[in-house]
Every structure is written in C-alpha cells, then in structure tokens.
Write a protein that binds this ligand. Structure first.
Ligand code: BGC
Length: 732
C-alpha cells in the first residue's frame, strides 16, 4: 500500500520535485532517480561543456538540457543568468561552472611555481583555500587546477603552472592544493571541485614545445610523472583533465591506458574526466582519427567523460549509440559520475548556492586574503646571491636608483591565468619600496629599456641615475604573459636588451641588487656572475611589491628554495638534480671520457633545493637510531639544526636517499622528505626524519612498487648540491 502511494506520488511529480522528494536519500540513489528520467539527448548533454554563449542557439541548447557545464562564465551575475536557463530545461539539472582559478581568483597569489618555491605546503594549501573561497562566492564551483605535471624543461612555458621538477615535492604540493581547493568537504559553500591536470606526462613534451608529443618509457611514467596524480586521487580530487599531448603515439584524450586502465581501473577513481579544450577534435589534426565522429568514439570509449568545447559528443554520440558502437551503459557511467558531483556540491538542492552578491563582495575585499597573498609572496622568493651581505638593506638616507622595465609594472606581477584579478590591486616594486622606506631613502627611477624591445635610448638616463645613486635596485625579467600556455621559448635568456642594460649599470661601479621576475628558470649568467645580490621573485602576485620590499629591508628573511634546477646553458636541458651516475661518472669539467659536455660543465647554475637566507644554519650531530631496518620497520634519522647567524629565519631541510644497487638503476639522489624549520638566532632544534619502506621503494622492471634489500645512502642538506650530513644504512 505504502509502495503504491509512493509510486503514484512519483508519477505525479516533475523531475525536480522528484529530486527534492528524495533529498534524504544517499547520493547514488538520487543519481539513479534522475538518470531514469533522462532521454539519451539529455544524457549526452551532461557530457558537453561549452564556453560563454550569447547566441540563441547556445541559449536554446542550455534550455533543452543539452549542456552539462560551462567554462569561463564566472561572477554571480553571469552565473545566475546561465543557471536560470538550465532551470528552464525539462529536468532542471543544474550546470557546473568551471574556471581556471590557478593562483587566486580575485586576490592574485604568486604563480604556482613561485608558491612551490616556498616548500610550505600549509601556506600553499591556505592559498588554494582562499582562491576557492573567492571563486565559490562568485558562482564558480569547479577550478581547473591544480596542474600537477612534473616539468623538467624550462623552455616549456607551462612550467609556471606546476610545482617544478621533483616527484616527491610535486606530490606533496598536489595534495596541499587539492585539499585547499576542496576545503573540508565538497558541498560546503566555500568549496570548489579541484581538477588534477593534465593527465598525463604533458610536462615532458618533446623539445619543451607546447602541445607536442611525448615518448616515454612506462618506467619513467610511473616513477616520475604519475605519482602527483595519484597523490591528487588520494587527496580526493573531484575531477581529472587529460592532456593535449600524445603519449607514445596515442593522444591522451583517447588513451585507454591512462583513463581506463590506470585511473578508473587500477586507481579505482570515481570522479569524472574532462578532455582539455578542444583536444577531442584535435585528434583529427594529430592524424589519429578521420573525423569528429571517430574522435568522439575513441574519446568516450577510452574513458573521457566530458568533452570540453569540441562539440564532438553532442554532434555524434547519439548516432554512435544507434550504430551500436557506443553502449548506453557506457554513457550512463559517465553521466552518473557527473550527476554525483552535482549532488555532492548541493546544486540540485539549490542551483544558485554559489551566487550570493553579498558573499562575493565580502570575499573579494577580505583583508585576510590580501595579507595571505603578501605572506605567500614573501615565502616564495628565492635569494640566489648576496655578496658581502649587501641585503638586507639598512636605510640611512642613501640615494637608490630603481631601474628596469619591471620596476613600475603591475600587470606583469600577476603572471598568467589571473581569473578575476585586476591590475589596480597590484602593488608594483616601485610602490612597495617607496612605501616601505619612506623618507629614509631617496629613490630615483629610470626604466632603461622595455622587456622585449630593441630600443636602447633609455640606457643613458638609467646610467646617469645609477651614477648619481649610492646603489641600484633593478627589476628585470619576462613579461607576465611570457610563460603559461603556448609560450615555449627556445632561448630562455632575458628578453630584449636587458642584459646590456644590466652591464651598463654595473659598469658604473655601484652595488647592484637584481630582482628577477619570470615564470620559469631563466639563463642569466652575466647577471649571476656580476650582480651583487639577486632575488628571484617569480611573478609574485598582487602583493609582490610589498613582499619584495619586505625581503629587501629584512622585515622578511628569505626562505624560498628552488623547486626546479636552473641550468647554466639551454643545451643542458633537461637538467635535474636526480640524474644518474652512469658508467662514465662525471667528476669535473674537462675530463675526457666522462658523461659530460666538452663546452659546459654538467653542474647547473643553481641547483634544485638551493636558496640563501640572511642568517646561517649549521647542520650537526646526525644520529640514526638503527643502522639497519626490516621492510616493516623504520629508521629515525635525527640531527641538530642551529641558527648561527644574526637573524631569525627559516630553513628548508631536505632528505635525499640513494639506493646503491638496484634491479633498475637508481638516481644518485631522490628527495624523500623535507621540513621548513623556524629558528631564532642562536637557537637549535632536533629534527627527525623517519625512513620507512615506502621511501626506499621504486618501480621495478615489472612495474611493481618494491624495495630491495641492500645498502642505502641517506643525505641531509640545505640543497640538492649542498649535502651537510650523510650516513649509510641497510634494508634487510
Ligand atoms: C588548458 C587547460 C585549461 C583549459 C580551460 C586549456 O587550453 O590547457 O589547462 O584548463 O584550457 O581554460
């Protein structure tokens, strides 16, 4: 009787009412209840993502329920307007709104590579949390971040979007960012879905050229490139995005191996996968499929759930089902994954829950966000050189010439992907320094040169300003849009005439501090050799000018460490800290028959993990609680870290391990842990790293994650090339 009543009730209800009726049910059941009502066209609509629409055709397709999500549409007003169209559709299935919230939404933080230089996963997580809070208050419920691609080629402009070259550091940061974006749980009003991208191996595009092919051994894929994606899965990432590249001849958007075997198979991933922008139809241009229909077929079969802007699914899936090439069950699986997330986000219960004008305004103007952006920027900066302790600068009435194309720039400080960021919020280096030092310093200014231009007519005024000053601070580098998507460079030197400008200024004999801004490691040997101090500021975001001023005057003692190797020469690329000893080990430049170049040393300009502080740290007294361990056991390695200098500061202590003999030859060092430790002058702390079997494991020739008994070397240091303490131990 009760059942009959319920069924009658269900029949009488419209789709949305049915859903509302089922509110107390588990999400899976609610998903099924919606799925049962959907036509094939409506199902395919859920797999279709489109950009902003203004034409009637676009509007009508949303009203018909033929669109599941939109990208780029953001801000309460626009999102509300589009969601209202979806609410006119038969089943009123709410839209998802995805956007590239990469390093801030309204408040712009340092670019991701810069944040990664902080090695501060708590701060990185907090930055993503703030970005999510602002985005979620502005209608966005899905960010296309984090990019977790390991990148070892600074020619590739997208190196700026990730965490650099190292798998361990990259995995920790991937986790921090996912947890930050998604907050306590999806469904909270300040949480957005994260998206681990670009699956996979995009950072290894041939020759560092964007969108190119990737040829990679399975071993390298599993050992180096997949772990950050797995870390994102383990952290609960809601979605995945495939990449533009081919992997061993197969476009990632149609890779059965990546999407079905690994992600949805071995890793049992329950979220959904979106293609990259247009990458489904780009398979035609790759020569992998004949036409759009073939592209849709290959993509859906291989596990790509959502088509980002190719229109290949809406145009072809119905026909492919009719031809029995694609089963409805396969489409249902994709639709269920998407509906599940819409339920989880609470969109069925309130499609406008991310659309509150007041919350939006409050989030955009929250002073806590501005302060966090400042702190993150300070922590991201890497002091590369500080001859004669020129920095920090003690102001005592001197004249300082501020020179260079980035001194007064604002927009560049935001880097690429600036979501809803605006230039007006940026504090330039000029503003930051003049505000900080006030009347204690007399500042003069000369731009000297533009970033990309060949014009040197500004040199004379700049040289004159330098001559009349006690010292010079230069801000040089790339434009903010010279890294990011589609910005690969073959020559990663400073663009334009900036090196000549530096040389002219240096020739005045005045001390020169150079602040470098870029989204990638640059090659700048003359500056590295001749500047008195160098601060690598990446693109530091809205508060960059204030952060740089705080570092220069010592209010903040720099603590950043490079998350990526800085080469001496483009010809060394790809150059990483964790290379191999080889059968012809390199000992020094110029020695024949070693694995080497005849024209440049093997060593980098600045090694992975390198970065100076205003204070000094002493590493001493390494003690291992055991000299051997079983696979089920652990070894605790403790040492004393002392701040022997004059300033309070933070040191990133790094643990590296080498597996001396293994069935797959191992790198000379692999980062396996790190800690950021704060110490007052004179203070000491005991630091302990715990080594377990996981830290000693690798992928063997059968791609099994194993450890092998034998001798291991443990190395602790302040950079990958500055090992202070080491000891051997045995795995039994
Ligand atoms: C990029 C993605 C991005 C997408 C949406 C693509 O061109 O490769 O990283 O998320 O556009 O904007």
């Amino acid at each position: 009787m009760y059942r009959i009543k319920i069924s009658l009730l269900i029949i009488a209800l419209t789709g949305t009412q049915l859903i509302a009726y089922a509110q107390h049910k588990p999400i899976n059941q609610r998903v099924d209840s919606v799925l049962r009502l959907m036509t094939l066209d409506e199902k395919i609509g859920q797999l279709n993502q489109i950009g902003p629409v203004s034409d009637t055709a676009g509007v009508n397709s949303i009203k018909r329920g033929y669109v599941g999500s939109m990208l780029v549409v953001h801000g309460v007003k626009d999102v509300k307007q589009m969601q209202a169209l979806a609410m006119q559709s038969r089943l009123k299935i709410p839209l998802l709104f995805g956007y590239d919230v990469i390093h801030g939404y309204k408040t712009i933080f340092p670019v991701p590579l810069g944040e990664s230089a902080s090695w501060d996963t708590a701060a990185i997580r907090a930055s993503a949390r703030i970005a999510a809070t602002e985005a979620a208050a502005s209608g966005v419920n899905w960010t296309f971040a984090p990019m977790v691609d390991i990148a070892r080629d600074p020619r590739w402009g997208r190196i700026v979007e990730g965490a650099g070259e190292d798998t361990y550091l990259g995995s920790q940061i991937a986790k921090a960012r996912v947890l930050g974006f998604q907050g306590k749980k999806l469904g909270d009003v300040d949480a957005v879905m994260a998206c681990a991208k670009h699956f996979a191996a995009y950072g290894a595009v041939s020759a560092g050229r964007d969108y190119n092919d990737v040829e990679m051994s399975d071993h390298q894929l599993w050992e180096t490139y997949l772990p950050p994606f797995k870390a994102a899965v383990d952290a609960g990432v809601a979605t995945f995005m495939s990449s533009f590249n081919t992997l061993n001849g197969v476009p990632a958007a149609a890779s059965n191996y990546l999407q079905r075997d690994i992600l949805k198979g071995k890793w049992n991933y329950k979220g959904f996968v979106i293609s990259d922008c247009g990458s489904i139809t780009q398979m035609i241009s790759w020569g992998y499929v004949a036409d759009e229909k073939d592209a849709a077929l290959k993509a859906i079969l291989s596990g790509c759930d959502v088509d980002m802007t190719s229109n290949a699914y809406v145009h072809n899936l119905k026909q492919l089902v009719a031809e029995k090439k694609v089963s409805v069950a396969l489409i249902d699986d994709a639709v269920k994954r998407i509906l599940y997330k819409k339920f989880e986000l609470g969109l069925f219960d309130d499609p406008y829950r991310f659309c509150d004008e007041k919350r939006q305004a409050d989030a955009w103007n929250d002073p806590v966000h501005k302060d966090a952006a400042l702190q993150m920027a300070e922590r991201s900066m890497v002091l590369l050189k500080n001859q004669n302790h020129l920095l920090p600068l003690h102001a005592h009435g001197q004249t300082i010439a501020l020179i260079g194309p980035l001194i007064k720039s604002k927009h560049d400080l935001q880097g690429s992907w600036i979501a809803a960021g605006v230039e007006e919020r940026v504090l330039s280096v000029y503003d930051g320094l003049t505000k900080k030092f006030g009347n204690n310093v007399h500042f003069t200014y000369a731009k000297g040169a533009d970033i990309k231009e060949n014009d040197t007519t500004g040199f004379a005024t700049a040289v004159q300003a330098a001559r009349q000053a006690d010292m010079v601070i230069m801000a040089l580098g790339e434009n903010g849009d010279m890294s990011g998507e589609s910005t690969s460079r073959a020559d990663i030197g400073l663009p334009g005439r900036q090196v000549e400008l530096f040389n002219a200024i240096k020739a005045t004999g005045k001390p020169v501090v150079v602040v470098l801004m870029a989204g990638r490691p640059l090659v700048f040997n003359e500056i590295a050799d001749n500047a008195d101090a160098i601060l690598y500021a990446w693109f530091p975001g809205d508060e960059g000018g204030a952060a740089i001023a705080n570092v220069i005057n010592g209010d903040y003692n720099p603590s950043g460490k490079l998350p990526v190797t800085f080469p001496l020469s483009v010809g060394q690329i790809p150059l990483t800290y964790n290379g191999y000893q080889t059968g012809h080990p390199y000992t020094a430049f110029g020695v024949p028959f070693q694995s080497r170049y005849t024209d440049v040393p093997n060593t980098p300009r600045y090694a992975f993990g390198y970065g100076l502080s205003y204070t000094d740290f002493k590493y001493s007294n390494l003690i291992l609680d055991k000299t051997s361990m079983a696979k089920v056991g652990v070894i605790n390695a403790s040492f004393t870290l002392t701040n022997t200098g004059k300033y309070a500061g933070e040191e990133v202590v790094q643990l590296y391990i080498n597996d001396a003999i293994a069935s797959v030859v191992q790198p000379m060092k692999k980062l396996k842990d790190f800690k950021k430790v704060a110490l007052q002058p004179g203070e000491s702390k005991t630091i302990t790293f715990t080594i377990d079997n996981e830290k000693l494991s690798f992928y063997n020739q059968q791609l099994q994650w194993v450890s092998e008994p034998g001798i291991f070397k443990l190395m602790i240091g302040s950079a990958s090339d500055d090992i202070m303490l080491q000891s051997d131990f045995e795995l039994k």
